[in-house]
Design a protein around this ligand. Structure first.
Ligand code: IYR
Length: 222
């Protein structure tokens, strides 16, 4: 191993095979119950749940450990309203003009439209920004690597952490999302990556009757 860095002993918990299998099954059973929710209640969620989930996301691997993400957690009703107004304006453009027939056909089973009340109803909007650059120790600009891979992994871990804590989510990407830099006061070189809407489902919330592909369709062992 290169001797240019500093190293510490790995902390790694070991399980016997039966325990490995049991844990893998339990985790899958839990995770396959995650659904994208579009009908949220305004019931509050303790802020610490969100803080812990963001810490989990921030523990993701990233290119050269540059951690090229920033999480803006929006609780303010006024800011949520601003985001909803701007997002719905983009979505109207999308549904009325920008989206191809093929795209609208693909979305039909989800029953989505330009109307996004959940952006105000849900207690939290977690807006994830992707940073092409980080600030070095001396304030210099440093390039980040594999940024979309890194932020994608962190976002997946955020969704898993919130689901694990009993918080429902929606990954929402009004396009384009540049309005988020302006509303949230983020630098122009950060790319809004995703809005993760987080809260509890409204009573009687419904979700599209869609499923996931079986193992044989998504994987092969060679
Ligand atoms: N951003 C739009 C459209 C949309 C696009 C995809 I791809 C989806 O999986 C879901 C929605 C909207 O939120 O309605």
């Amino acid at each position: 191993m290169a001797d240019s860095g500093q190293f510490a002993p790995l902390q790694f918990e070991q399980f016997d095979d039966a325990t490995k299998i049991a844990r893998a099954r339990t985790f899958y059973h839990w995770m396959q119950q995650r659904r994208s929710v579009r009908d949220f209640s305004n019931a509050p969620i303790p802020r610490e749940v969100i803080e812990q989930a963001v810490l989990t996301a921030g523990s993701a691997p990233s290119g050269a450990n540059m951690q090229p993400w920033h999480f803006c957690v929006v609780e303010s009703a006024a800011v949520k309203q601003e985001i909803r107004m701007a997002a719905e304006a983009e979505e109207r453009e999308f549904y009325e003009r920008r989206a191809s027939e093929e795209w609208l056909d693909a979305l039909a089973p989800l029953g989505t439209d330009a109307h996004k009340p959940f952006l105000e109803t849900a207690p939290y909007l977690i807006v994830i920004f992707l940073k092409k650059f980080s600030e070095g120790a001396a304030g210099e600009q440093r390039k980040n690597y594999y940024t979309s891979e890194s932020v994608g992994i962190a976002t997946g871990m955020l969704l898993a952490a919130l689901h694990n804590a009993g918080v429902a989510t929606l990954t929402h990407t009004p396009s384009p999302m540049k309005f988020l830099n302006q509303i949230l006061g983020r630098p122009g070189d950060e790319r809004p990556y995703m809005i993760v809407v987080a809260g509890l489902p409204a009573e009687g919330a419904q979700v599209p009757a869609i499923g996931k592909k079986p193992l044989g369709e998504i994987a092969e062992f060679i």
